[in-house]
Design a protein around this ligand. Structure first.
Ligand code: HEC
Length: 151
């Protein structure tokens, strides 16, 4: 292998490494300032609201009745995703799947058909986002505070 082709191979590996690192970064959204005041009970109310958040229209949500099946069930979510991954999926699922039907709840980028009064605003407030994450990560053990609600 000549020096220049070896060099090209290194450059290709370096680029590959960079791309997979940035893909990883898009997978996670660090906690916002509202995490400290997050409320599991408010999160529960937000998740079950069919008009404003609409989460239960598309998801089966642990502890809530009558979830939809357009999106994956959120039962057992805490076992397959951590807080930063869950936060990112709610804030802007397009970063993981540009064709997703799930709305971007905490982004003002590239949203279509926004009613004028709401331009520049996110669908959920930062506090609401953290409330929902807190509910989805709550203690689901049978002895936990909401364990008896588990379906
Ligand atoms: C219009 C339907 C729809 C609505 C409304 C919706 N989602 Fe989703 N959601 C999806 C779909 C579909 C996916 C699968 C991801 C994809 O499309 O790539 C998903 C994925 C997710 C995931 C990742 C699940 C996993 O197993 O990886 C979470 C967490 C989530 N949604 C939470 C929410 C929350 C919280 C709300 C309400 C604030 C919500 N979703 C509203 C359709 C929806």
């Amino acid at each position: 292998m000549s020096l220049s082709s070896r060099c090209r191979t290194w450059v290709a590996w370096a680029m590959l490494g960079f791309c997979s690192l940035s893909a990883l970064a898009q997978d996670r959204l660090p906690a916002t300032a509202w995490k400290a005041s997050a409320s599991v009970e408010r999160g529960r109310a937000l998740l079950s609201n069919r008009q404003d958040s609409g989460c239960v229209l598309c998801h089966v949500v642990p502890g809530l009745v009558g979830g939809g099946d357009i999106g994956p069930s959120l039962v057992g979510l805490a076992e397959r995703a951590d807080a930063e991954q869950i936060r990112q999926r709610i804030a802007d699922p397009r970063l993981l799947n540009p064709d997703t039907v799930m709305p971007a709840y905490f982004s003002t980028q590239g949203l279509q058909r926004v009613v004028t009064a709401y331009v520049g605003q996110t669908v959920l407030s930062g506090q609401a986002l953290e409330d929902i994450v807190a509910y989805l990560l709550r203690d689901q053990s049978p002895t936990g505070p909401l364990g008896s609600h588990r379906p």
